[in-house]
Design a protein around this ligand. Structure first.
Ligand SMILES: [Zn+2]
Length: 249
């Protein structure tokens, strides 16, 4: 990889992030958090992010179980764990159903560094993940009922600072980058039937989904998350309940 190329890409994510903040008139507040000197780890309070209109997440029972495991691991081992989910929207709505879950395998779990959040490991260890996603796009294209395929890139936040329960600046840049990374899957089917979401699971039990709208250059949070239990009943997950401290505390 040529250095110049990599630098330009990074710059463009930074520029898009700046644009998103400007679009919401929150640049000044973000600047106050940046003054704390955390760099890429600068917390961006979720409180200042827009809500996805009529956004709802429903987790199939295996995804709900896995996410509960993610919460437990994050609380007990205090490590960051990467994971990926695949699902689809209900027709042309902002309601998303997830039914396919991938995370790092047991032996690589022991290799996790304190700060590791390596989505690439998840992709490398599950060779069926990308074909499954592409297959879903093709199936939806055949069905032609307006539904979109969704791939969600997630990671966990253990309680290691007073800002642990919100996204960082690097997290937002990653969400933009993940959205770029499915460009090939999108173009392989010749239309826009595929979208990405970010997800952050915090040690307090919050499950925070985030959408990056690359057309509007803006972020939207899903505040309604529910999981289906194996007996068919639906239970709510906490979402964005964490209160982000003001900068400098
Ligand atoms: Zn993070």
């Amino acid at each position: 990889m040529r250095n110049g190329e990599f630098a330009r890409r990074e710059d463009s994510y930074e520029a898009k992030l700046r644009m998103a903040f400007e679009n919401n008139d929150i640049s000044d507040l973000v600047a106050r958090y940046e003054e704390m000197g955390y760099g890429g780890m600068t917390p961006i309070p979720h409180e200042i992010i827009n809500e996805m209109p009529n956004g709802r997440i429903l987790l199939g029972n295996n995804c709900a179980e896995y996410l509960k495991m993610m919460i437990e691991v994050t609380q007990q081992r205090r490590v960051e764990v990467p994971f990926i989910m695949i699902g689809e929207t209900v027709y042309d709505t902002n309601k998303v159903l997830f039914d396919d879950f991938y995370t790092i395998k047991g032996d690589s779990a022991s290799r996790l560094e304190e700060t590791a959040c390596d989505i690439q490991t998840v992709l490398d260890e599950h060779k069926d993940l990308e074909p499954n996603f592409t297959g879903r796009i093709r199936a939806l294209q055949k069905r032609n009922d307006g539904s979109r395929a969704i791939i969600c890139f997630g990671h966990t936040h253990p309680n290691r600072s007073s800002y642990y329960g919100t996204y960082s600046k690097d997290d937002f840049k990653n969400i933009i980058q993940y959205d770029d990374s499915i460009e090939r899957a999108r173009s392989s089917v010749g239309d826009d039937r595929a979208q990405t979401l970010g997800c952050m699971v915090a040690a307090n039990g919050d499950v925070d989904f985030m959408f990056y709208d690359r057309t509007a250059i803006n972020f939207y949070k899903f505040t309604s998350v529910a999981g289906r239990k194996s007996d068919g009943r639906v239970e709510r997950f906490e979402s964005y309940s964490f209160r982000t401290p003001m900068p400098g505390r």
